[in-house]
Design a protein around this ligand. Structure first.
Ligand SMILES: Cc1cc2nc3c(=O)[nH]c(=O)nc-3n(C[C@H](O)[C@H](O)[C@H](O)COP(=O)(O)O)c2cc1C
Length: 331
């Protein structure tokens, strides 16, 4: 077990050992993974949308709770702002409250519609936004904490393209609740930098794609290992649906269509439908579909357990604190 080195508003808020959260990963953050993150001293989030019905979602939470050995587990809710999705999210809320889940990560649009019920049930809600002003809105709506993800992140970096370093330096002063930084993180030295900027923790996504507990085929993990900081590509910005993904054949085809001025999403749909991601993760074909992956793939250098990855990050944090002490003493 990796020794506790930091106590922050986030470790206290969620009752965890390390200020390192692992954001929801569509199709991938299931019971095995989220429980492993909990046992390693962090907090992970099961992606509610990854399961075919509410029964499977409930069973996954129950399995996760059993595997987590008393450590906290969380659920991710993706807020699209559309009425139909909101009603589905209300059903996920019914289940997660019923199953006693106490940590919820909301993402994208404001969590306003689910917050009253979550708060009444004693849940702690951390809202993930790609810019500070959206995070501020979620705080006004009642979020307990926020994650700000910079444009380095895998998945949806929003439309403003502001990096983590700039957002990290402004967010903790502007936001009245604990701030976690995400987007491009994967090392302990970055954790120390985030804490120095006033954040209460970091969030990982891409770095964890090579975890043993992630069920995807090893060829997908190998592709992440092979990628460096330039191995991702931003696509669909021209349709205001920006995605940062693995730079694969599909991503390049999408980029070509965008460069040719195509604006009809239906033309893109046969390339980008979500089910291709499952096929890629199952088959190990890294060229299939748009596969979320960020610049922090550069830090993923081998397949390792969640516990080992957390250990590496906390050891690196310790070393960088030592370096900092030497610098401040002028040695
Ligand atoms: C494969 C993958 C799938 C993701 N799926 C989701 C998701 O379903 N919901 C969500 O809120 N965030 C999702 N994210 C974003 C992560 O939770 C996290 O915010 C992000 O990966 C952090 O940036 P990083 O990739 O630079 O570590 C996903 C990221 C990746 C890499």
């Amino acid at each position: 077990m990796t020794q506790r080195r930091f106590e922050t508003a986030i470790t206290k808020m969620f009752g965890i050992r390390h200020p390192v959260l692992c954001g929801g990963l569509m199709w991938l953050s299931n019971a095995d993974y989220v429980a492993a993150v909990g046992r390693a001293g962090g907090l992970g989030f099961i992606t509610s949308r990854s399961f075919k019905d509410l029964g499977h979602f409930r069973a996954e939470i129950q399995k996760c709770r059993d595997l987590a050995q008393g450590n906290p587990i969380g659920v991710n809710l993706y807020m699209t702002g559309r009425d139909a999705d909101d009603s589905v999210n209300q059903s996920y809320v019914d289940v997660l409250i019923d199953e006693g889940v106490k940590a919820v990560e909301t993402a994208a649009n404001t969590p306003r519609s689910v917050l009253p019920r979550l708060k009444e049930a004693g849940c702690t809600v951390i809202h993930k936004a790609s810019v500070v002003r959206h995070a501020e809105k979620a705080v006004r709506d009642g979020a307990d904490a926020v994650v700000i993800v910079g444009m380095e992140c895998g998945g949806h970096p929003g439309l403003d393209f502001i990096g983590s370093m700039v957002q990290g330096a402004i967010a903790p002063d502007r936001i009245t609740v604990p701030v976690v930084l995400g987007g491009g993180f994967g090392t302990g030295r970055q954790l120390v930098a985030a804490l120095a900027m006033g954040a209460a923790g970091i969030m990982l996504g891409t770095r964890m794609l090579v975890a043993k507990e992630i069920w995807a085929d090893e060829r997908i993990k190998q592709r992440v290992i092979d990628a460096d900081e330039g191995g991702s590509r931003l696509v669909l910005s021209s349709l205001r649906k920006t995605y940062r993904v693995m730079d694969n054949t599909t991503a390049r085809k999408v980029a070509e269509l965008e460069a040719a001025g195509e604006t009809d999403f239906e033309v893109y749909r046969p390339l980008v439908q979500g089910s291709f991601q499952v096929e890629a993760y199952e088959s190990g074909d890294p060229e299939k579909g748009l596969l979320s992956m960020g610049q922090s793939a550069v830090f993923a250098d081998r397949i390792a357990s969640v516990e080992e990855i957390y250990g590496e990050i906390m050891d690196d944090a310790e070393r960088s604190l030592d370096k900092l002490r030497r610098v401040t003493l002028g040695m």
